[in-house]
Write a protein that binds this ligand. Sequence first.
Ligand code: SF4
Ligand code: SF4
Length: 176
Amino acid sequence: MAKILSPNYQSLIDSKYWENTSLSDMDAQQWEALCDGCAKCCLHKVIDDDAVETPHYTHEGEAGETVYFTQVACQYLHDKQCGCTVYTTRTQKVPHCVKLTQDNLDAVFYMPPSCAYRRLHENKPLPSWHPLLNKGKKSKMHQLDMSVRGKTISEENVFEEDLPEHIVIWPLEIAD
Ligand code: SF4
Ligand code: SF4
């Protein structure tokens, strides 16, 4: 069924606000609409504070930290729908759920390179598959494998100490 866009969302698309509004100047609707719904931020990460030579890093952060993505997802992620099942209460249910805001943009480097917030923060354009550039639809993102849909294992089935065995590189790939 075709998604029916709210008039507000359609006017956001028409305005192309992301091209001329800085992240710090965006209002709540503009900020929220930037999220592509890829759910890569719902994947568990492994942080290595030893300098390890590997192509898997997303960002070399503080004190030589290296962040690796795994295929293991939060228990509240619906893998097939690629969405959070507890969205409105997510930060209460999952204290480490990162809700990116204008006040914690430092956390943007723990987001994948395709994340819209991270891209704008790095002065890069939105990727061509982003829903804002595709009439609000996520189909192109899914087709290009830019989301986690169908690729995750629930954290309920993995011991924390085994997370390094589930490191994957696909969350770092970007199809522009
Ligand atoms: S990685 Fe960024 S764009 Fe993708 S769902 Fe998370 S916050 Fe949204
Ligand atoms: S609570 Fe929802 S948004 Fe937060 S990590 Fe889990 S699935 Fe993702």
